[in-house]
Every structure is written in structure tokens, then in C-alpha cells.
Design a protein around this ligand. Structure first.
Ligand SMILES: Cc1cc2nc3c(=O)[nH]c(=O)nc-3n(C[C@H](O)[C@H](O)[C@H](O)COP(=O)(O)OP(=O)(O)OC[C@H]3O[C@@H](n4cnc5c(N)ncnc54)[C@H](O)[C@@H]3O)c2cc1C
Length: 284
């Protein structure tokens, strides 16, 4: 799995499948049900930490379901399309509203799953509908309801549906102005070291009740640069843990847990991890 995650760590999947169409997803789920095999849906692998022992069951990589089109101001994207490519497509077609997410790693489906947010933007307000395959293999359409979404929360975190296509409600915009803003966001991410070493972005969610962003809290107890094995708290942003080259998933998880425990001991704040632990961690 190291080839499929932005942390560049993780052991093998038992079965790795890359469906080309929604029908393939339905077929895979039927096979998984018939043989009682677990499955995991993979987007861009930008928010997960896969165990060194890998993943038992089937990994369903959505990367080939990556079409992009628009009707009027509605953008229609395959769930596996990189969300940054969807943003670029929108700007090129004079559609505004997805510019905030340009250069963020991950897929369209993953962005909806996390209700991804950055630069004062968030997915939920522009979400029109989502085509899903339900766990029992039925094709359905989900229409968003306000109570289903919150800060980095979506209904897909608890319903096990597989998103195959996402519709986003955008506005008319000026491509040049959109690209100006998008390049600023990309430059800002570069200046924060997002792309210099393998990572999964922020490792902890922010919590307004704590008064400061998680990165500032971690910084305040002097943990920038702290390392365990090949995992290290980024020198440029204290809420980012990087793989310096030879980290194992266990190194990274131990460092995240160490940061959590130090912050709790010294400030009383119980930081909530944003990165998901995926796969077989039983040998730990
Ligand atoms: C350098 C860097 C910067 C980042 N900056 C930000 C940021 O500013 N804001 C932010 O919110 N996040 C940020 N992230 C985290 C990450 O980019 C987002 O969480 C992204 O939305 C993850 O999408 P993904 O496709 O990679 O999901 P994955 O990591 O592949 O999966 C995450 C979860 O989504 C589920 N999932 C994915 N696709 C589907 C689907 N089609 N159907 C059902 N479930 C699915 C998976 O099963 C898993 O549970 C950053 C990451 C990196 C590496």
C-alpha cells in the first residue's frame, strides 16, 4: 500500500481492485458479500495511515472512476478524480466555488467523506448530490441534509456507502481570477512544506474550544522537530508529521500518539486525530 498513500508507508492488501465503472463496484461488493471478505475504499490515500502488516480483504481503489463534466454550473465528477483536477477543470470552464481546494491532495470522494475544508471553503455547502453504491450493492442517490455535516464530519463516515459520482453546485466565474487565487493557495501550501516530504496533511483536527489551532498548541509545548524512528514533526508546521524517508507506519503512529499524550499531559487538551488508522494493526 505504500505506493498508494501519501505517507508512503503500509504493507500489502490481500486483494487490490481498481474498478473502472460503477458496475464493477457493484460486482466487487457482491463477491465480497458472497465470500464474507471485508473491503476498504481507497481514494487518494491522503488521509490514511496503513499498518505495516497491510490490509486484510479487498482494497477498492476508486482512481479509475475519474470522469469530469459539467451541465450549466453543476460539476459532475467521478469520485476517484483528484479533487485538485476537479478544481482545475472548474476554473478552466469558468466555474467558481471549488477554487479553495486546488492543490489539496486526495480524491473528490475522499473530500466529500471528510467534508474537506481549507482557505475558508468547505465541501458541504457546494454539494448537490452523490451517486452511491450501498453496502448491499444497490445504486442510489444521496441528497445532502444540513444536519448530516459538520466540521470535518460527513454521513459517509458511518454509512459504508461507496461514492461513485459527485455533483457540485458552482457559480459562474472568471478563469483568470480563479487561477490567480488557486496559485496563491498552492504557493501557501508549498511555503508550509506540504509537498517536501511524504505526509497526510494535518494529523489532528482543530477544536475551537481549545482556543488555538492544534498546530499552535503542539508548537507551544516545543514539539516541532520531535522524531520517532523515521517519523518526525515537520519543522515547518507542527500539526504535520512527515516520513523522513525510512519511517514505518508504526513509527508514524507512535509519534502521533506521543504528541497526543504530551499535549494532554501538559495542556489538558485531548486532540482528536484526523488521520485514519487503516488495516491490520493487531501485531502492535
Ligand atoms: C499535503 C496534504 C495537505 C492536506 N491538506 C488538507 C486540507 O487543507 N484540508 C483537509 O480537509 N484535508 C487536507 N489533507 C488531507 C486529505 O487531503 C483530505 O482528507 C482528503 O479529502 C482525503 O481524500 P482521499 O481521497 O485521499 O481519501 P483517502 O485517504 O483515500 O480515504 C479517506 C477516507 O475516505 C474514504 N473514501 C475515499 N473515497 C471514497 C469513496 N469514493 N466512497 C466512500 N468512501 C471513500 C476512505 O474509505 C477513507 O475512510 C491534506 C493531505 C495532505 C497529504
Amino acid at each position: 500500500m505504500r505506493d498508494h498513500t501519501t505517507f508512503r508507508v503500509g504493507g500489502p492488501a490481500d486483494v487490490y481492485a481498481r474498478p473502472a465503472h460503477r458496475e464493477d463496484v457493484i460486482t466487487l461488493l457482491a463477491a465480497a458479500r458472497e465470500h464474507d471478505v471485508p473491503w476498504f475504499v481507497l481514494g487518494g490515500g491522503a488521509n490514511i495511515l496503513v499498518a505495516d502488516d497491510g490490509i486484510r480483504g479487498i482494497v477498492i481503489d476508486m482512481g479509475s472512476i475519474a470522469h469530469c463534466d459539467h451541465r450549466g454550473t453543476t460539476l459532475i465528477a467521478g469520485a476517484g478524480l483528484p479533487v485538485s483536477d476537479a478544481s482545475a477543470y472548474a476554473a478552466d470552464h469558468a466555474l467558481a466555488g471549488l477554487d479553495f481546494i486546488y492543490s489539496m491532495p486526495g480524491s473528490v470522494g475522499g473530500a466529500v467523506w471528510m467534508n474537506a475544508r481549507c482557505y475558508d471553503g468547505e465541501i458541504y455547502p457546494i454539494l448537490e448530490s452523490v451517486e452511491i453504491v450501498t453496502p448491499d450493492g444497490a445504486l442510489d442517490t444521496y441528497t445532502p441534509a444540513p444536519e448530516d455535516f459538520d466540521y470535518k464530519r460527513s454521513p459517509f463516515m458511518s454509512n459504508s456507502a461507496i461514492m461513485t459520482e459527485v455533483r457540485l453546485r458552482l457559480d459562474h466565474g472568471d478563469p483568470e481570477a480563479l487561477w490567480r487565487v488557486m496559485r496563491e493557495h498552492e504557493a501557501d501550501r508549498r511555503s508550509k512544506g506540504h509537498f517536501i516530504a511524504p505526509c497526510a496533511g494535518s494529523v489532528f483536527k482543530n477544536n475551537r474550544a481549545f482556543g488555538s489551532p492544534s498546530g499552535a498548541i503542539i508548537d507551544s509545548i516545543g514539539m516541532r522537530g520531535t522524531a520517532i524512528g523515521g517519523a518526525k514533526v515537520s519543522d515547518l508546521h507542527a500539526n504535520i508529521v512527515i516520513n523522513t524517508g525510512n519511517a514505518t507506519a508504526t513509527d508514524i503512529r507512535r509519534l502521533i500518539e506521543h504528541i497526543h499524550d504530551q499535549v494532554e499531559r501538559r495542556t489538558g487538551y485531548d486532540l482528536e486525530p484526523e488521520v485514519l488508522y487503516v488495516g491490520d494493526w493487531s501485531s502492535r
